[in-house]
Design a protein around this ligand. Structure first.
Ligand SMILES: Cc1cc2nc3c(=O)[nH]c(=O)nc-3n(C[C@H](O)[C@H](O)[C@H](O)COP(=O)(O)OP(=O)(O)OC[C@H]3O[C@@H](n4cnc5c(N)ncnc54)[C@H](O)[C@@H]3O)c2cc1C
Length: 301
């Protein structure tokens, strides 16, 4: 028997796709493809399904109805080089296997991330975790040169400590989170979708979103049908809570969005009358804007 493969994915194995200043994502290996999802599902649904649904239809049905385990039959392994501050966000996804470069065992290379000028922006006014509008160019340049100086000084101290005999596991304490690490990351397709749904989202930090986009491009080569379903139903999907459905019913009956929110108990103003900038009502209006095709649902994060 020959192992199932996908020529488009095989051509990408080992190719490093650059991300940020010194990072990359490479597909190292994979097990299974769209057919593996179908094969697993037919074990539970039996042969009968074949006659009523083609493979694409079955994959889309499974995804819509959150029948998740067939997607776990596909595994993908990546090699990723990333700054430590991105790695700290990425590692929170517990349902993957990781093997990281050991800074106890090996010397950390002198590579650190300095964001490009247009990525050094104001603290967001709406999102406490995000960045917002542009800054004075002088502030941007001072920050970038300060970061570069601090990183270079830290590496000088690190190298000096190693030369003086300090253990690598201790000397590394001086290095900032802008320094790079590297790991193998193996994940099944369902948990990859979960990772991507969180890390492609406009609320995720820009840097991890760039990595997620490269991971998604490579994953799509392995399972194009499953990825199309994921994009249709999860990434571009829209969930409506009970109050939001109530507001939609009011809208369909002719109410204005503000009146519909009021009737449904979706607040748009604070007690002092000032308009709210976040919360259920604001998010509902953002969903309406999306339905009207008026841009992304995110704020300026
Ligand atoms: C925009 C954004 C902002 C964030 N901000 C913060 C922050 O300020 N502070 C912070 O600490 N984290 C923050 N996080 C991290 C976030 O809380 C999650 O830890 C991270 O996104 C991983 O998600 P997960 O647990 O669903 O994924 P995984 O760890 O991959 O888990 C996948 C799923 O498995 C299940 N699961 C796994 N382990 C357990 C368990 N022990 N118990 C129960 N169920 C489990 C859950 O259903 C989970 O959704 C942020 C994440 C995002 C995307």
């Amino acid at each position: 028997m020959v192992r199932p493969t996908v020529p488009e994915a095989d051509r990408e194995i080992g190719i490093r796709h650059p991300v940020l200043g010194h990072g990359f994502v490479a597909l190292v290996d994979y097990m299974g493809e769209d057919a593996a999802i179908v094969q697993a599902a037919r074990v539970s649904y039996g042969r009968g399904t074949k006659s009523v649904r083609d493979d694409r239809g079955l994959i889309r049905y499974l995804l819509r109805h959150r029948h998740t385990t067939p997607f776990e039959m596909v595994e993908l392994k990546f090699l990723v080089r990333l700054p430590i501050f991105v790695a700290r966000q990425w590692i929170r996804h517990r349902s993957a296997s990781v093997n990281e470069y050991s800074a106890r065992y090996s010397i950390v290379p002198d590579e650190f991330e300095v964001p490009p000028p247009d990525e050094v922006r104001h603290q967001s006014q709406h999102n406490r975790q995000g960045r917002g509008g542009p800054l004075d160019p002088a502030v941007v340049e001072r920050f970038r040169s300060d970061l570069e100086r601090v990183a270079r000084d830290a590496y000088t101290v690190y190298s000096g400590a190693l030369e003086a005999g300090v253990a690598r596991e201790t000397a590394r304490l001086v290095l900032p989170v802008a320094y790079y690490t590297q790991w193998y990351w193996k994940v099944d397709l369902w948990n990859l979708f979960h990772f991507l749904s969180l890390r492609l989202d406009p609320h995720a930090q820009e840097e991890i979103r760039l990595y997620a986009a490269e991971v998604a491009k490579l994953g799509r080569l392995v399972c194009p049908v499953a990825f199309e379903a994921f994009e249709d139903f999860v990434l571009s999907g829209l969930s409506l809570g009970r109050r939001e459905q109530r507001a939609i019913r009011s809208l369909l009956a002719g109410a204005t969005p503000e009146a519909a929110c009021k009737a449904a108990g979706l607040p748009l103003a604070r007690e002092d009358g000032k308009p709210m900038t976040s919360g259920e009502g604001v998010e509902f209006l953002q969903k309406l804007a999306r339905l009207r095709g008026e841009g992304s649902p995110g704020d300026e994060a």
